[in-house]
Design a protein around this ligand. Sequence first.
Ligand SMILES: NC(=O)c1ccc[n+]([C@@H]2O[C@H](COP(=O)([O-])OP(=O)(O)OC[C@H]3O[C@@H](n4cnc5c(N)ncnc54)[C@H](O)[C@@H]3O)[C@@H](O)[C@H]2O)c1
Ligand SMILES: [Zn+2]
Length: 367
Amino acid sequence: MKTITIRTQSHTYPVYIGYKTALKQFHYWIKSLPKTQNIIVITSPKINPLYKIGNFKKIIIADDEKNKNLKTAQKVIHQLICLKADRHTLLVAFGGGVIGDLTGFIASIYLRGIPFVSIPTTLLSQVDSSIGGKCGINFPQGKNLIGSFYHPKAVFCDPSFLRSLSERDFKSGLGEIIKYSILDRSLYKDLLQHKKEILERKPDILEKIIFKCLQIKKKYIECDEKDYSKRHALNLGHTVGHALETSTHYCHLTHGEAIAQGLYFASALSLKKKLCRQKTAKQIHALLRQYEFYPQKISSQVFSHITQDKKRMGTVIPWILIKDIGTVCQYPLPILSQENLERIKSWKAHKEIAGTLTLNDIRLNSD
Ligand SMILES: NC(=O)c1ccc[n+]([C@@H]2O[C@H](COP(=O)([O-])OP(=O)(O)OC[C@H]3O[C@@H](n4cnc5c(N)ncnc54)[C@H](O)[C@@H]3O)[C@@H](O)[C@H]2O)c1
Ligand SMILES: [Zn+2]
């Protein structure tokens, strides 16, 4: 089993990564707590019958993205009160990113903050959402618009949970992993070399990939815990990704699928802004295709949702764009006008990269 220690200004906590060992570590860790400690597991109707994690009190909530909202948080808080949860109660988030985000958010506000640990059960939550302290929930106007920074006491990433994940949910994690590979060339090479083992969910390679992604994320969250500067790099692909999710009411795309579309857009925009070479954009395009993410047309309606982007600064969106594989930069652009939104309607990112559509077909406000 591998361990990573996350050290931010406000908190230090361990992340255990190991096939069939991280869950054992959870049981070992729990034993170190006082016998009187009230422990409540928050999980979903899908995960609960699949895995037995112990004889704990449970709150079971539907974990679709559209339930990651205030109404669900309120229901859970009501159940916590019924279960007599006090300030020493430990919450255990047992599920994917939706369960993790909701549990972290509730832990941060219930009685002004109670402890929680995380046992992520999806690829996406193991490589990304389980660390970093962001606990966001959705609001009709935008994704993760409400939330807090609140860290778990410990995280237990056991890739054995990934066996039961559907193809689509597994692939969703790959969307976020491809994002990490654009931030780190060594991971990019791993994804090119080990596609077969990754798709076959071989424990060794999954452990390696999860460990690498968490190490990359650790670097950003430790130097910029509250996401004011360097951590913005992790937002690569998310400006368009979040707008896609919001505009489709979280019904059509998984988070990772939306991020993959955001990566197509970010690489094409980087090319248009002459930040990267055509070769780099093509490499990213090829990797996305290799993992069966294909570019979709992005409508102007999606772009209108970008105006709600949490990272916007007044009328400017600080895009994260790509210079090369392993190097990204912040590139502020004014929010698109209606006229430019109409122009962009006809833009297909894949044609852009393939060179069949001229770069002049897209005009942004700053041109
Ligand atoms: N907090 C952060 O820093 C951060 C980062 C990235 C993403 N997120 C959030 O994470 C969420 C997406 O997370 P996700 O991709 O884990 O999706 P998810 O939590 O919606 O889970 C996807 C599906 O997989 C099922 N599932 C979970 N574990 C399973 C298992 N072991 N076997 C079978 N089915 C299982 C769930 O019941 C659900 O139906 C989004 O809301 C996104 O905004 C948060
Ligand atoms: Zn994400």
